[in-house]
Design a protein around this ligand. Sequence first.
Ligand SMILES: Cc1cc2nc3c(=O)[nH]c(=O)nc-3n(C[C@H](O)[C@H](O)[C@H](O)COP(=O)(O)OP(=O)(O)OC[C@H]3O[C@@H](n4cnc5c(N)ncnc54)[C@H](O)[C@@H]3O)c2cc1C
Length: 426
Amino acid sequence: MKTEIIVIGAGVCGLTAACLLKRAGFRVEIVEARNRVGGRILTLQNPLKGDPVELGAELVHGLPEETRRWLDPEKDLEAREGDFLIFEGGQLTQSPAYFEQISGVMERLSQITQHDLSFQDWLEQQTDYSAQLKDWVTGYIQGYHGADASDISGAALREIERESQEVDAVEGAQFFRGGQSRLLDRLIRELNQPILLNHVVKKVSWSQQGAEVSFTDSSIQPIQAKKILVTVPIGVLQAPSQSPGAIDFEPPLPSEFASALSFFKMGTALKMNFVFKSSPWSRDSKNSHFAMILDTTPGAYFRVWWRRGKNQIVGWQGGPSTLLTLTQSEVQKNALEQLARIFKTSEKELERELQGSYVFNWSDDPFSRGVYPYIRVGGLGATQTLARPIGNVLYFAGDATCLGAYLGTINGAMISATNAAQFIVR
Ligand SMILES: Cc1cc2nc3c(=O)[nH]c(=O)nc-3n(C[C@H](O)[C@H](O)[C@H](O)COP(=O)(O)OP(=O)(O)OC[C@H]3O[C@@H](n4cnc5c(N)ncnc54)[C@H](O)[C@@H]3O)c2cc1C
């Protein structure tokens, strides 16, 4: 088979780029390894007749033009309602001091102007901070970026923080009403063509004249095209040859691309969604109306919990953690113990109220290999290198090819899709 452009990956980036390229009049073929579209967007619609359950991406962090054109903010976005609480010393409290202090630390990152260093090394130099503040802020960085604080670039964090403030990407984050899959539905409707599912790309052979994509299933015929747009996660591009999902490039990608790639790492996180029959927190009238709870207890099981709708609560633990090695029932048991402490109830009561629990291990999945990327020390310019076309034949896009507040987000993936489509059209 021959086409003009092959898009590898039917996540939000690949789907957006394919729509834009089709609009520009190109013939596009989309190949996808999994038996579904969406990649790291995985919405369970209404599993228990309640709000959708998001196993992957959940919040819309800010609203750049590239995303806005696919949605109506009034109709599609839903603010997170309620207070931001802290669970500290066995009590739930409203603690503006916590958030103010974290913001203060983030602002001070702007002082990194010379040599890049890891967030942890930078934090150790801040001798006026208390041990508690250092612990809080390390938990914040690891949680939000899914990163190891001793590995993540301080200079990249400075850029991310600066832009996040400008676009209100953290506190202003909103839910997609009806679930993120609504966005995918919209893209698929516009695309209006079959997507080649269960097509695991194994090799891309390329030259200045064009490229050929072949698949792990040898019964699938290779596809030739003039241009290839690769939108697989950074973890897949880094995967050793022959491992599941890994893609070989022939000839190999230029050394500056390989070097830029080494400055990224897929972050890790565990997200657990609990749906209850009624809201176990509503008995505590003072604290029932919360949007998010941060458990600052040292060694807290999930550091962050947020509420969705009336009866759903989501636990999030980002960064290096032993949680990922546990079974779902072990995680569930410990998480319910933690929630019982927070809401001053019993584990048994919570078990009685529990309707369902949902979790997905993105690190174990060969087609994601983690949750989202972060930039390692020295890697500040690496996103631009990855996004640069190679020989006007190979193009790369996805949530790692966009710096600032949008790195590792749906917005980042959509911005990079738009940029890559513009490169190709030009
Ligand atoms: C648990 C979790 C929570 C998150 N929370 C948020 C959030 O709240 N807000 C937010 O904005 N973002 C969030 N993200 C990040 C967000 O999901 C991603 O940034 C975004 O979905 C990336 O889209 P993408 O198209 O670039 O990549 P992907 O969605 O990963 O799409 C890439 C596609 O390539 C396919 N693929 C991989 N290998 C091959 C191969 N060899 N051959 C063919 N196809 C292949 C994959 O199957 C996949 O469909 C979260 C992610 C996770 C996992």
